[in-house]
Design a protein around this ligand. Structure first.
Ligand code: CO8
Length: 263
């Protein structure tokens, strides 16, 4: 698989069909700077193209998923540099170009850009003591990698507004209770195991059906209900042209386990 050498991330395939990316910049609590984001994008794209991989997990350390964008990298930027060089644009590759499901396993600090990175993933799992937040207001700026949009859609305007205006951090438990995270585990180990287990389950299904599921659920974030349902129906109809639809439905009728093409 993706046995490239990276400096700021670790890449492995710990379960059948699962690509794991561990952010690994321990000296700066995985603060997200451009070289790390480039490595992350390369690893995600490599797994996305790898036919043996069906789903991915992104995690950090027990201490930090990522303590934000690198404040030291940003602090002296001028408007012309930020705007002119499209600062932060490379962060959008994860939500915009990766087609296979990506699960975030969030332990420790996930602040600012770290919280935003977790929210870009398709599913977020957390442990109880994870420390999330959008503290940009305390630095004299605002969320810059989608936080104001994704947090608000996930938990509603009043709560998102309160968190973004005050910079108050919130726990993994709160993230779960508000619906931002899909599961909350007691320990960091359980959180990563849970994410890997879910990724393995997803990777065991028809690749084409998984790809279509992700596509249509994401459309719900952009389309009105009527267009969204129509879009879903088109994709649903389209799947009757896939081998895996025939395989899955005939296996059910024969009471057999489906043997997916994985194409
Ligand atoms: N950027 C750069 N370095 C960092 C960051 C960061 N975000 N976070 C931690 N570090 C560094 C520290 O400077 C320190 O380095 P050194 O040892 O050289 O002094 C090292 O990591 C360890 O950190 P601490 O000693 O502070 O560790 P503590 O356990 O005492 O505290 C905290 C942990 C509470 C997480 C603390 O480090 C902290 O508050 N960090 C900053 C959190 C923050 O404000 N994040 C938001 C950043 S702004 C942002 O993300 C904007 C996103 C916009 C979109 C993307 C734009 C780029």
């Amino acid at each position: 698989a993706a046995e490239k050498s990276y400096e700021y991330i670790k890449v492995s395939t710990p379960r059948a069909g699962v690509g794991l990316i561990e952010l690994h910049r321990p000296k700066a609590l995985n603060a997200l700077f451009t070289p790390l984001i480039h490595e992350l994008n390369t690893a995600l794209k490599t797994f996305d193209r790898d036919a043996s991989i069906g789903a991915m997990v992104i995690t950090g350390s027990h201490k930090a998923f990522a303590a934000g964008a690198d404040i030291k990298e940003m602090s002296t930027k001028t408007f012309a540099e930020a705007y002119g060089d499209d600062f932060i644009e490379s962060w959008s590759e994860l939500p915009n170009t990766i087609k296979k499901p990506v699960i975030a396993a969030v332990n420790g600090h996930a602040l600012g850009g770290g919280c935003e990175l977790a929210m870009m993933c398709d599913i977020m799992y957390v442990s109880e003591k994870a420390n999330l937040g959008q503290p940009e207001i305390k630095l004299g700026v605002i969320p810059g990698a989608g936080g104001s949009q994704r947090l608000t859609r996930a938990i509603g305007k009043s709560k998102a507004m309160e968190l973004i205006l005050t910079g108050r951090n919130f726990s993994g438990r709160e993230a779960y209770e508000w619906g931002l995270a899909a599961k909350c585990f007691e320990t960091a180990e359980e959180c990563l195991e849970g994410a890997l287990g879910t990724a393995e389950t997803v990777a065991g299904f028809s690749r084409i059906a998984v790809k279509a599921c992700k596509e249509v659920v994401n459309k719900s974030q952009e389309l009105g209900i009527r267009e969204g349902v129509e879009y879903e129906r088109r994709v649903f109809h389209g799947l009757f042209g896939s081998e895996d639809q025939k395989i899955g439905m005939s296996a059910f009728a024969k009471k057999e386990k489906a043997q997916w093409t994985h194409r």
